[in-house]
Design a protein around this ligand. Structure first.
Ligand SMILES: Cc1cc2nc3c(=O)[nH]c(=O)nc-3n(C[C@H](O)[C@H](O)[C@H](O)COP(=O)(O)OP(=O)(O)OC[C@H]3O[C@@H](n4cnc5c(N)ncnc54)[C@H](O)[C@@H]3O)c2cc1C
Length: 383
């Protein structure tokens, strides 16, 4: 077993940390107020070579793989979980093209993705329930000559305002059995609109809300993988990037919480000494530390397995474990940080209350903790 990152991965982490600390950190306060994603975020990410991190070299990307993408998400999320999430959703948005898209679709979109001209997302959730995406899906696509006409409303979509392209899963056959197809749609196509925005507890700076498809005309050639294969496209992409990405956001939140708690514990003096001398504080710091280490092991291994192209069915429980554990660890670690800071823990200026709000945002995104548990249980049990 080799637990070391490659020299390339170390360099990438360093580059992502520099972007996070030098460029993103000064914008966080403003984002908390306006809840807007900074306009220059994606140009900066493109300049750093991150937007095309999963794009093959022949289309202008760096093709560094899932673990590399995860390391970037973690570093960005240490400073802004909102922007870490936005970036991971961008990767989730174009991943189906990389893995399952036709050569024509790849050539049409991937160079623009790598250059930062296309910012992507993925849309499956509807108001009828994210955990049961097929049961209540009402978005339809109907064939019209060489095109398909999509009608419907997707909700909770990350980057719903920022992204100018998305994959979207729709019902393409109702009888005798429902069939689903996933299309790649871009904003030049009439009828693709941003709808209402959610006002959320955390992830301020990440736009989330509805995408509306109103008689949206999409060429047949923009189908990913084939008619009737839409759930495979959506769910394997969510498994390989969406859940991995949210787990990495969790890692960033845990590390940020630990750093803030350690700094405060060393500086805050009570009874004539820094509170770092109090055993109760030491226990909390220890807990945050092993939560981070255990989460990292699970997340990095699942990312490594993804890069080894482990089949989706075998991979899914490992990704689910990583997402579940890192999420719960982020909630726990940020809560402990709030406690260590005493009254300052709930003061915005000290950031840890933001980490706790952001940690809570991770639980449902890309599948709830309950759904992760079901996925893990399926390793052993049918059902
Ligand atoms: C920050 C954020 C970003 C998101 N980004 C996107 C995006 O970009 N694209 C997209 O398509 N969607 C996105 N989503 C939607 C997300 O995938 C859904 O919120 C999630 O799948 C849960 O669906 P729901 O909210 O409708 O909850 P429901 O499915 O209604 O679940 C309600 C409750 O029932 C529980 N439950 C459901 N089924 C079971 C079961 N079988 N066993 C036990 N308990 C169960 C759930 O765990 C939960 O506690 C995002 C959500 C959030 C919060």
């Amino acid at each position: 077993m080799n637990f070391e990152f490659t020299a390339e991965q170390e360099l990438l982490k360093k580059a992502a940390r520099e972007v996070a600390e030098e460029v993103i950190a000064p914008r966080v306060e403003e984002m908390e107020k306006t809840k807007e994603l900074p306009e220059d975020f994606y140009p900066i990410m493109a300049e750093a070579g991150f937007t095309g991190i999963l794009v093959p070299e022949e289309y202008g990307g760096s093709n560094l793989g899932t673990l590399a993408a995860i390391l970037v998400v973690e570093e960005i999320s240490r400073v802004s979980a909102a922007l870490g999430t936005s970036f991971q959703v961008h990767c989730l948005g174009y991943l189906p093209l990389v893995r399952l898209g036709s050569p024509e679709l790849k050539a049409k979109y991937l160079p623009g993705v790598a250059a930062g001209q296309y910012i992507a997302t993925g849309a499956i959730t509807e108001a009828s329930g994210g955990s049961d995406p097929t049961g209540g899906m009402t978005t339809t696509a109907v064939r019209d000559g060489d095109d398909w006409i999509i009608n419907g409303r997707k909700c909770f979509i990350s980057n719903n305002k920022t992204a100018n392209c998305t994959w979207v899963t729709a019902v393409t056959k109702d009888q005798p059995k429902k069939e689903f197809t996933t299309f790649f749609v871009d904003k030049s196509m009439e009828g693709y609109k941003t709808g209402r925005m959610e006002s959320k507890a955390g992830f301020h700076g990440l736009d989330n809300g509805d995408l509306i498809f109103q008689n949206c005309r999409v060429p047949h050639s923009n189908i990913i993988l084939g008619e009737g294969k839409g759930i495979t496209v959506a769910m394997t992409s969510i498994g390989r990037m969406g859940r991995m990405g949210m787990a990495a956001v969790g890692l960033g939140v845990i590390k940020a919480s630990l750093d803030a708690a350690v700094k405060f514990a060393n500086e805050r003096v009570l009874y004539g000494k820094p509170i770092a001398h109090l055993q109760a504080v030491q226990f909390k710091i220890a807990e945050m530390t092993y939560l981070l280490e255990a989460s990292r092991l699970l997340v990095y291994r699942a990312a490594w397995m993804t890069d080894q192209n482990v089949p989706d069915k075998e991979l899914a429980p490992y990704v689910a474990m990583a997402k579940l554990y890192a999420t719960d660890a982020a909630i726990k670690a940020s809560d402990l940080a709030v406690e260590i800071l005493g009254g300052y823990g709930v003061v915005e200026e000290y950031h840890v209350e933001r980490y706790l709000r952001d940690a809570r945002m991770i639980w449902a995104a890309a599948g709830t903790g309950d759904i992760m548990k079901l996925t893990v249980a399926r390793m052993h049990l049918n059902g």
